[in-house]
Design a binder for this molecule. Structure first.
Ligand code: DQA
Length: 146
């Protein structure tokens, strides 16, 4: 199967950006680990980080044509703002897991609402970079069951 991993704005700064909140692991490292695990399980995993909402939307649309089977997405700040990204995911009907490094519920109230959680297969937050690995394990289980 093919799994797409999407990272929203400012996640290119991981490792540098507020390490007390987001951890010391770089995005490159997170993506490499996911790629290795997916390959070991016999799957293909592709990643994209973008600071631009339209690039993430275009990538989701392209995923439809490519036959992507599952998406892991950390929409970052777009979590709390983007009806357009939500609609893109609904448009392609590709199941997805929402991931956040930080526990958004422990933070400012504007981070408590997500435009994605009610349409996601599941949500992982507050577990740092491990959250991505756990999300991938869940995705692999879902794919095996489908
Ligand atoms: C985040 C949480 C968001 O509130 C924030 O805007 C981010 C990252 C997380 O991974 O914890 O950029 O999605």
């Amino acid at each position: 199967a093919t799994i797409l991993v999407l990272h929203g704005p400012n996640l290119n700064m991981l490792g540098v950006r507020e390490p007390g909140v987001y951890g010391a692991t770089s995005l490159e490292r997170i993506d490499q680990d996911l790629q290795r695990r997916a390959a070991d399980a016999g799957h293909r995993l592709v990643c994209l980080q973008s600071n631009a909402e339209h690039e993430l939307i275009d990538r989701i649309h392209a995923a439809h044509g490519e036959g992507v089977d599952f998406i892991l997405i950390n929409p970052a700040a777009f979590t709390h703002t983007s009806v357009a990204l939500r609609d893109a995911l609904l448009a392609v009907s590709i199941p997805f897991i929402e991931v956040h490094l930080s526990n958004v519920h422990k933070r400012e109230s504007f981070r408590h609402h997500s435009y994605f959680s009610d349409v996601a297969v599941g949500v992982i937050c507050g577990l740092g970079a491990s959250g991505y690995r756990l999300a991938l394990e869940a995705a692999l289980e879902q794919l095996a069951a489908s």
